[in-house]
Ligand binder design. Structure first.
Ligand code: PRP
Length: 208
């Protein structure tokens, strides 16, 4: 029997959603005792749990042949992978947000935006012909308008509760962000049949 397929999953809230979804399709696994690797009960998958933003690096270097993460993370990584399957869970939206009910005075027609999605933000606004000054943050970006670092943020919005709790509102919805399964292109060629079988199982109705 072949070695299990290696699959990188992001730690955090998406991990549980993927675990549940894969379990419904016969690939049951769990991480025990703070371990960051696991093999599913069928021996098909070796799971590697990594930090969201590091996930494309692991797949690009072939440490994991397969990965699951959001389009946002893939876009920031700027690497081409083989897309295998979009999922219907974990979707969010990228939004431009600012302080609620407060008009923002911009200098010389340029938007100042704090975000961790710097590549997306630059490309999005440049495509519109809008000049932007981007301030890079790694998290808790909602603080930026509140503390006066930048009048706007570009961030993922799921329920909207983080924005609301910090007195912010969406100024513009920018893009839907989905979650998908993808592969390192060389790994996909090498393990084509097993990967195809795995993807076909995931496409079957849950529990069948
Ligand atoms: C994400 C995002 C927002 C929040 C939105 O942050 O960056 O902060 O979730 O979710 P909501 O609309 O349901 O409130 P995440 O929890 O991934 O952590 P981060 O702040 O470190 O980016």
């Amino acid at each position: 029997m072949n070695e299990p397929l290696t699959l990188a999953l992001p730690k955090g809230r998406l991990f549980e959603q993927v675990r549940e979804h894969f379990g419904q399709h016969g690939f049951v696994f769990s991480l025990e005792d703070r371990k960051l690797t696991a093999v599913d009960q069928t021996g098909t998958l070796k799971i590697i749990a990594v930090k969201n933003a590091d996930l494309p690096t692991y797949v690009r270097h072939g440490i994991a042949g397969l990965g699951v993460c959001g389009d946002d993370v893939l876009y920031e990584a700027g690497v081409e992978f083989t897309h295998l399957l979009p999922f219907d869970f974990g979707s969010t939206r990228m939004a431009l947000a600012g302080l609620k009910d407060q008009p923002v005075r911009e200098t010389a027609g340029s938007l100042t935006i704090a975000t961790k999605f710097t590549r997306f933000t630059r490309d999005w606004f440049h495509a519109l012909g809008t000049s932007v000054k981007i301030i890079r943050l790694d998290g808790s970006v909602e603080l930026a308008p509140v503390l006066g670092l930048a009048p706007y943020i570009v961030d993922l919005v799921e329920t909207g509760s983080t924005l609301k709790a910090n007195g912010l509102e969406v100024r513009e919805w920018l893009k839907s962000i989905g979650v998908s399964l993808f592969a390192n292109p060389a790994y996909f060629k090498l393990r084509y049949q097993e990967i195809t079988r795995f993807v076909d199982r995931l496409k079957e109705p849950a529990g069948s």
